[in-house]
Design a protein around this ligand. Structure first.
Ligand SMILES: Cc1cc2nc3c(=O)[nH]c(=O)nc-3n(C[C@H](O)[C@H](O)[C@H](O)COP(=O)(O)OP(=O)(O)OC[C@H]3O[C@@H](n4cnc5c(N)ncnc54)[C@H](O)[C@@H]3O)c2cc1C
Length: 400
């Protein structure tokens, strides 16, 4: 590979960054490769943090993305515990928190996202968000049977943590400003199914506009409850805040990269000549849906990384066309979703229900099937995925 880049720097050594490095090596790239990450832990996977790690089913040793031996075999230099603080594209240099500069020939931005927090809350004991292994270990320590956990946010993280916490014997109240959990992602009909499932397991739901949390209540530096928009209060021993996340792009301010909701990329995931983005941080025009999107799903991080590794070496402007996929574990049920359902016009439950442990629902945007959700229906879901890939008309397969 004599015309290969001389030094590729990847900022973010998690799902997207590490996969990029491994794919580069698989593709025969044998020159210098440096990964930079603020984390001190050996790279690990995040989905189990809200599931097996929190329930105690797995210890931290089960969630590694690579062993130290794998990393050594990859022949990469890892700058762990070091944060990228700036990017000078003109000089091809990344500034680091240890006051050094790192020169690159090609750069990959794979810095993911950072949890949103409630105002004036981060200094309080008993208030948690969840993105890192340390976050998960800190939260787990506080999930003690008999305590009252209030979860602010009824999205995927909020509901998964609710399931783990009731299993550990806590009293759990899930607070959500929308009428049902997962409603923002999956719509009210499936939200109602998810609400029923959580009630069945003993989670108390407090939902709707009056349940918007205005602030936290605290005494002696520790949270004691939440205060709602209407002034009412709910006591809590522990508060878990899961109100979404924002792209980790602060370090790119002033770099000249187009920043908005993520790093704005061309369809091939390039953000500037020789600079690419991958994973949760990347926004691009996805030709599979003719839409700009940023996808916070585990599988997308791997797929984009593999694509970027190819483009780093061949420089071809091939677009990353993808039908995203994600799953969420709710108790012992796995909900799987293929497609891009944000901004859908209609959702239809075709068969079953969560309580029956088998369900298929499909999503329409315009005249096209754009998404399918399945529980206990792997084969049917694969067929629906193909229909989405094929841009099938809704009227042809669902009817009017
Ligand atoms: C608790 C949890 C549960 C999840 N469950 C699911 C699930 O069930 N299904 C699903 O599809 N997806 C799930 N996800 C989402 C999935 O984990 C992400 O899509 C995936 O981790 C994205 O990978 P990434 O490499 O793009 O970003 P990240 O995994 O966020 O990695 C980014 C890395 O960049 C580093 N970094 C950030 N800024 C800097 C900087 N300035 N300098 C140096 N390093 C920096 C961070 O330390 C981090 O290691 C879950 C996420 C979480 C947090």
């Amino acid at each position: 590979m004599s015309d290969a880049p001389s030094h590729i720097v990847i900022v973010g050594a998690s799902a997207a960054g590490l996969t990029t490095a491994a794919a580069l090596r698989r593709n025969g790239y044998d020159r210098a490769l440096t990964l930079v990450d603020s984390e001190r832990h050996t790279p690990y996977d995040r989905p189990p943090l809200a599931k097996q790690l929190l329930t105690g089913e797995w210890g931290p040793e089960r969630i590694g993305l690579k062993t130290d031996a794998d990393l050594a075999a990859l022949g990469v230099s890892i700058r762990a515990g070091v944060t990228a603080t700036g990017l000078d594209i003109g000089r091809s240099v990344v500034s680091l928190s240890d006051a050094t500069d790192l020169a690159f020939d090609r750069l990959v931005v794979a810095t993911g996202v950072t949890p949103r927090v409630l105002p004036d809350s981060t200094h309080l004991a008993g208030v948690h968000t969840l993105r890192t292994l340390d976050d998960a270990l800190g939260l787990k320590e506080e999930l003690v049977a008999g305590r009252h956990l209030v979860i602010v946010g009824g999205g995927f993280l909020g509901t998964e943590v609710a399931a783990a916490a009731v299993g550990l014997g806590l009293t759990v109240t899930l607070v959500n400003a929308l009428p049902t959990p997962l409603e923002r992602g999956l719509g009210p009909a499936i939200g109602a199914e998810v609400a029923a499932l959580h009630r069945l397991h003993g989670v108390e739901l407090r939902t709707g506009a009056a349940s918007a949390v205005r602030s936290l209540v605290a005494a002696d530096g520790r949270v004691t409850g939440v205060e709602f928009a209407d002034g009412s209060r709910l006591g809590a021993d522990v508060v878990f805040v899961a109100i979404g996340a924002t792209p980790a792009i602060g370090w790119l301010a002033g770099s000249g990269l187009r920043l908005g909701d993520g790093v704005e990329c061309a369809p091939d995931l390039s953000a500037a000549p020789g600079v690419y983005a991958a994973g949760d941080v990347a926004r691009w025009d996805n030709p599979a849906f003719d839409q700009s999107m940023r996808v916070e799903h585990r599988t997308n991080a791997t797929e984009q990384a593999v694509h970027v590794a190819g483009r780093l070496l061949d420089g071809a402007p091939d677009a990353f066309a993808s039908v995203p996929y994600f799953w969420t574990d709710q108790y012992d049920l796995k909900l799987q979703v293929h497609g891009w359902i944000k901004g859908y016009d209609e959702v239809r439950i075709l068969e079953g229900s969560l309580v029956e442990r088998r369900m298929i629902a499909v999503f329409r945007r315009g005249d096209r099937v754009v998404g399918a959700l399945g529980v206990g229906a792997a084969k049917a879901l694969r067929q629906w995925r193909q229909l989405i890939v094929d841009r099938t008309a809704w009227a042809d397969v669902v009817g009017s």
